[in-house]
Write a protein that binds this ligand. Structure first.
Ligand code: 5GP
Ligand code: ZN
Length: 160
């Protein structure tokens, strides 16, 4: 078992040590209602085993959680009466992760809910095509040779 480095509320509720409203369970995953939903129906799909984020969760488990999310999505849409949905993973502090037990958000959306994942981001600009091409090339190189990419220049340096 991958033990959390600090107390984990999601481990508690997965192990039955805290109150939770479960809407799906199998041998590797559990889905439950978010305690502070954007809209009623907002659910979290989490692994039963503790992993913190995208950087440590095994690929096949992450794929399984997404598969569960895809199964739940239309059911939650019907149950919540929302036709639209955001599927979100916040991985790491800078990405807004607050609970460091990996989870996938299923967020049913209403026209007037005022929740925003607004893209394109208002504070961003459109980089010169050369920067986009350079980043694409860097990613292609990384796919071919991950070790070389790890020792290459940072993304910030490539973007100028
Ligand atoms: P994150 O910011 O880590 O992506 O999202 C954490 C989510 O977990 C938030 O939406 C928050 O409302 C939810 N959450 C935090 N504590 C609890 C809890 O004790 N029980 C449940 N069901 N959800 C929680
Ligand atoms: Zn945990």
């Amino acid at each position: 078992m991958n033990a959390p480095s600090r107390h984990c509320i999601f481990c508690d509720l997965i192990q039955g040590a805290a109150e939770v409203s479960v809407c799906y369970e199998d041998d590797r995953a559990m889905a439950f209602m978010d305690i502070q939903p954007v809209n009623l129906g907002h659910a979290l799909v989490a692994p039963k085993q503790h992993f913190e984020s995208l950087s440590d969760i095994p690929r096949d488990l992450a794929m399984h959680l997404f598969d569960v999310a895809m199964t739940l999505s239309p059911v939650i849409q019907r149950a919540s009466g929302c036709s639209d949905m955001n599927i979100v993973v916040n991985s790491g502090h800078q990405a807004g992760q607050n609970v460091f037990h990996y989870h996938v958000h299923l967020i049913p959306r209403r026209a007037d809910d005022n929740f925003e994942i607004a893209l394109p981001f208002e504070g961003s600009s459109m980089p010169d095509r050369t920067f986009l091409d350079a980043m694409a090339a860097r990613i292609i190189a990384g796919l071919r040779d991950p070790a070389r990419q790890a020792h290459g220049r940072s993304a910030r340096a490539v973007a100028g």
